[in-house]
Design a protein around this ligand. Structure first.
Ligand SMILES: C[S@@+](CC[C@H](N)C(=O)[O-])C[C@H]1O[C@@H](n2cnc3c(N)ncnc32)[C@H](O)[C@@H]1O
Length: 296
């Protein structure tokens, strides 16, 4: 896989493309909570958030990474929801959220704990309607997944949000995405997929390595033959992207990709998987608002 080492302990640099991704994630979490807490008679909302490639929590410049974004937006959203409810004369709502933060790097998780602790303490002191529990794991995501599932099953969570911000294209099996989407009535996944590194690899046309590399996507040999057939033609890129995207589109009823470019020339997809139409709508509204960032 083509990936990048994150040096969390020495301070990781926040790149522009990550800033864009974070903006979308931040806006989505806020809107997600607002929508899921809309029913006036609802007194409680339980959810679990799994950040499978959580990182160290803050970048060198101090800017929040995804785990901190989740905590900050949970808090901002419950405050907004309850303020609105008070104005409407409706009783307030409580949110109970399990956050599971996993990263293969022990350094990253140790650093993350130091950034999470003060926010957790602040929430406990100042936000009586928000109940968060944070669990940490330090494993490769595929190895951690059975433990994550056991924790979710233990707590009987029905609403789960996964952030699978892998650095590359091969750290998450397509079957795992399918399993998540089928295991919970309200499941959503944010999944980053480095399409340009996969395409570069495909171009090398080495059938055996290719088959091995594509196994985790569940692509068939017929798909690969089709690719080989158009390898020298102009529409190769479009065909390759379509085949890869089709493999993902089977994973959930609603699959929305967003392409993020880096000035360095590579490109990745931020794919949102959902099994509720309303979730797709919320995501698409955010993409629409971020349209000027959109590259396709
Ligand atoms: C793109 S960074 C995560 C950034 C973070 N989500 C954020 O938005 O601030 C990718 C992280 O994945 C971790 N990592 C790499 N391979 C992994 C794997 N197979 N399983 C879990 N974590 C992995 C790296 O240590 C790195 O911290």
């Amino acid at each position: 896989m083509v990936g990048k080492q994150y040096e969390w302990a020495d301070g990781a640099k926040l790149e522009d493309h990550s800033r864009r991704k974070h903006k979308i994630l931040r806006e989505y979490v806020f809107d997600y909570i607002s929508v899921r807490c809309k029913l006036p008679q609802q007194e409680r909302f339980r959810l679990a958030i799994v950040d499978g490639f959580a990182g160290g929590g803050r970048y060198q410049c101090g800017t929040a990474g995804s785990p901190i974004i989740f905590l900050e937006e949970l808090r901002r959203a419950i405050d907004a929801v309850n303020t609105h409810r008070t104005v409407q004369g409706i009783g307030s709502i409580e949110i109970e959220c399990l956050l599971i933060f996993n990263d293969a790097s022990r350094d990253a998780i140790e650093l993350l704990k130091t950034h999470v602790a003060p926010i957790q303490a602040e929430i406990a002191q100042e936000c009586s309607k928000l109940h968060v529990r944070v669990d940490y794991l330090t494993e490769y995501f595929e190895g951690a997944y059975p433990k994550v599932k056991a924790l979710l099953d233990q707590g009987r969570y029905r609403s789960v949000l996964f952030n699978l911000d892998q650095c590359g294209d091969s750290h998450v099996e397509r079957n795992t995405i399918l399993d998540i989407m089928h295991s919970y009535p309200s499941a959503e996944i944010f999944y980053t997929f480095m399409i340009s590194s996969l395409l570069a690899f495909l171009k090398k046309n080495q059938p055996e390595q290719l088959q091995a590399r594509l196994n985790h996507l569940g692509l068939s040999s017929a798909d690969i033959e089709m690719l080989n057939g158009v390898m020298s033609k102009n529409n190769w890129l479009g065909t390759a992207e379509k085949i890869v995207f089709d493999a993902f589109s089977w994973c959930a009823p609603y699959v929305s990709p967003f392409s993020i470019n880096n000035p360095g020339g590579w490109r990745y997809w931020l794919i949102h998987f959902a099994n509720a139409f309303r979730a797709r709508q919320v995501y698409n509204n955010i993409l629409h608002d971020n349209a000027r960032l959109r590259t396709h």
